[in-house]
Design a protein around this ligand. Structure first.
Ligand SMILES: Nc1ncnc2c1ncn2[C@@H]1O[C@H](COP(=O)(O)OP(=O)(O)OP(=O)(O)O)[C@@H](O)[C@H]1O
Ligand SMILES: [Mg+2]
Length: 352
């Protein structure tokens, strides 16, 4: 199992590297007697920091680098003081400019990520809206006919004497129309199952990473520690990547919602991708959130079931239909240590 606790080992190694680099540059700046602005190279430290630290982290790094430039100017004993002061000012200006630009770039990237996530959500809604409209239209016809035949049946039976034969005919029409309505539903379901699925061989671990990229800024902002556990040598999976991305995004968004109100140091998210004993690919999203409300376990995969003020109750229902369209299954459990785990099992090569 390849365990990668984000924001832990790698994070601290990178931070250590950054500090070493900043101190190395400051030392060189202090010891060298050449009239060049070595402190300018602190911009490299700020640029590297912008690659993996939050806005606050980049600001602190830039301030630290500026502090080091000032200290090394004050500690320098050799060379021309005036040239040293000019070099110090050049270095400080460069650090401020680079930090400001990196922060603006980061803000733009966040806005783009948020827009992408909204786009996925909007796509989901419009797909659903179209589907609902077509179901409503097609089912309405037999339903109207059922109501009419039901009324007729009632009339024939309440006649004196009751006209049983005609009532039986009306009841038969009710049954026929009910079959017609359920045939419409079956057709729509098979449409969802086949027509919208564009399957290709993919690596589920890579798909998870892509979705994490959407929400990484959000995760950092909400101070959620994410651990991704990927089983090595995972076989490829025949699936529709954009649909699986929707499933993963839905599970992550639910986990983030569940983590609201939990103390920051206890906000944990574990994403697992592995293979179960039957060879199917298994995805798990576990959170240390507030857990399931009573009754949620039975109903959470049903459309329009929600416990959230702003929720639509569609994320899991849609995820279930996608997973089932891939021949898989999805389920949830309350974790013994608190929080919730939602899991999907997907066959590598589902039969059409
Ligand atoms: N990780 C979780 N922890 C606790 N409860 C959860 C979790 N995931 C889902 N639920 C429960 O299941 C319900 C249904 O989830 P679902 O994703 O279908 O809808 P929603 O999140 O309420 O709204 P949306 O349609 O915007 O996703 C949620 O309202 C919540 O009560
Ligand atoms: Mg949801």
């Amino acid at each position: 199992m390849d365990r990668r606790p984000f924001a832990t080992t790698t994070h601290w190694l990178r931070l250590g590297g950054l500090c070493a680099l900043a101190l190395g540059i400051a030392l060189l700046d202090t010891l060298t007697d050449r009239e060049i602005a070595i402190g300018v190279f602190q911009v490299v430290v700020v640029l590297l920091a912008a690659g993996f630290l939050s806005t606050r982290g980049v600001t602190v790094t830039a301030l630290g680098c500026a502090g080091l430039v000032l200290c090394s100017y004050l500690a320098t004993r050799t060379g021309d003081r005036e040239a040293g002061l000019v070099n110090c000012i050049i270095s400080l200006l460069a650090i401020v400019a680079v930090a400001a630009l990196s922060l603006r770039l980061e803000a733009a990237k966040r806005a783009a990520d948020a827009a992408r996530a909204r786009l996925v959500q909007a796509g989901r809604l419009s797909q659903l809206g179209e589907l609902a409209a077509s179901i409503a239209h097609e089912v309405n016809q037999p339903l109207t006919a059922i109501a009419a035949s039901g009324n007729a049946c009632q009339r024939w039976l309440s006649n004196q004497p009751p006209q049983v034969e005609r009532a039986v005919q009306a009841a038969q029409r009710v049954i026929d129309d009910a079959h017609r309505a359920s045939a419409v539903i079956a057709r729509v379901r098979s449409l969802v199952r086949q027509a919208q699925v564009a399957k290709d061989w993919l690596n589920l671990a890579a798909t998870v990473e892509k979705v994490l990229d959407f929400v990484r800024a959000e995760l950092a902002e909400r101070q959620v520690a994410v651990e991704v556990r990927l089983q090595e040598g995972l076989p490829p999976l025949l699936a529709d990547e954009s649909q699986l991305q929707q499933v993963i995004l839905n599970l992550l968004l639910n986990a983030l919602d569940a983590l609201e109100g939990v103390a920051p140091e206890q906000r944990r998210l574990v994403i697992q991708v592995g293979q179960d004993t039957a060879g199917a690919i298994r995805l798990g999203v576990e959170d240390s959130g507030r857990g399931l409300t009573p009754g949620a376990l039975e109903q959470m995969f049903e459309a329009f079931y929600t416990t959230k003020a702003q929720g639509m109750g569609l994320g899991l229902a849609l995820s279930r239909s996608i997973v089932e369209a891939h021949g898989g299954r999805i389920w949830a459990t309350s974790l013994p240590e608190g929080g919730t785990g939602v899991y999907c099992s997907l066959p590598k090569d589902p039969q059409p």
